[in-house]
Design a protein around this ligand. Structure first.
Ligand code: SAM
Length: 312
């Protein structure tokens, strides 16, 4: 018996990263866009999850679903019942509407199709009908309009995936983003409730990052102006969006020095880079655990999750 159905939605260029995020949250391979599980997860953390159905009843018989609803003596004001169309099992439109009506009929209270407070949903996947409450708050993009952003900042959806890869299912890990730029990753982490701090050696950039945090009501002091090589604290995971010299030259040797420093910051690293840095990571005795590529036109970014050899 499953308790939850998570419905995924992503663009083709995001597939690789979405699958990597999925592996880190649910510890298995993603097989399609509909994931049935007993695992409860705050779906708003992932930009790729379109909605979550909390399942109250499942059966191969639709009449059993209706019977179940009847027995619950539900009373909801401003509710509606929808059919979740899916790519696995086709239910004709007329039939889906009729089935929604059959589910709605035994529920006392009032229907509100435009501004429902509660959304019940049904769907059929393969031969099984599922009934439950559906949520699809798209609150993950609340930092879209931050006061300061740069063209080379990570896209919001990618930043969110990177944080989820660092965190896994829970929120307990302490994360550091030692080259945080204007704070895209830090903001997304804070938005999920993660324990995350950031540093940037550029005074102006760090100041703007702080203003971004303040704008959304987060503690601006979670971002410090500091050269990452001088950070003394240690964390559980480091997310490094490695500088590659957009506005000022950044040499390969400088990149390697920053990678070297990550070993002191945390035993786990999620590296964001514009070219594969596997060789450098292995030289530093990192073991590569997982990897994804974001390809948009001719533009590529690699996300590499690795742990220090002694950790494996
Ligand atoms: C690729 S950008 C980070 C972008 C960021 N992830 C975002 O989405 O806004 C790299 C940042 O690293 C900073 N940086 C470079 N060397 C650094 C160092 N040694 N310590 C701290 N920050 C550094 C740069 O100022 C730049 O803002």
């Amino acid at each position: 018996m499953y308790n939850y159905l998570y419905i995924y939605n992503y663009s083709p260029h995001e597939k690789d990263l979405c699958e990597m995020e999925f592996r880190h949250i649910f510890h298995q391979e993603m097989t399609d866009k509909y994931y049935l599980t007993t695992q409860d997860f705050d779906y708003t953390r992932s930009a790729y999850i379109r909605g979550k159905l909390t399942i109250f009843y499942q059966s191969s018989s639709f009449l059993e679903l209706v019977d179940f609803v009847r027995q619950q003596d539900y009373c909801y004001y401003d509710f509606k019942v929808i059919y979740l169309k899916n790519e696995i099992t086709h239910v004709p439109y007329r039939e889906s509407i009729d089935k929604c009506k059959q589910i709605a009929l035994p529920i006392a209270g009032s229907v509100n199709m435009h501004h429902p407070k509660t959304v019940f949903a049904i769907t059929k996947l393969k031969d099984i009908w599922y009934f439950g409450i559906y949520e699809n708050d798209m609150c993950w993009n609340k930092h879209f309009d931050k006061p300061y952003s740069y063209s080379h900042s990570l896209a919001l959806r990618d930043a969110r995936a990177v944080v989820n890869i660092a965190l896994g299912l829970g929120l307990s890990k302490r994360i550091v983003d030692p080259c945080c730029g204007i704070g895209t990753v830090v903001l997304e982490g804070l938005g999920m409730g993660a324990n995350i701090v950031g540093y940037d050696m550029n005074r102006y950039v760090a100041y703007q990052a702080r203003l971004n945090l303040e704008h959304y009501g987060y503690d601006p002091l979670l971002i410090q102006k500091k050269d990452m090589k001088t950070i003394e604290e240690s964390y559980d995971v480091c997310i490094l969006d490695i500088p590659y010299g957009v506005y000022s030259p950044f040499t390969h040797q400088q990149q390697v020095e920053l990678l070297e420093k990550t070993r002191e910051l945390a035993s786990e690293l999620v590296l964001v880079s514009h070219r594969l840095m596997d060789k450098e990571l292995k030289t530093l005795e990192y073991q590569i655990k997982d990897q994804a590529m974001i390809q948009k036109g001719s533009f590529q970014r690699y996300i590499t999750h690795c742990v220090q050899e002694w950790e494996k």
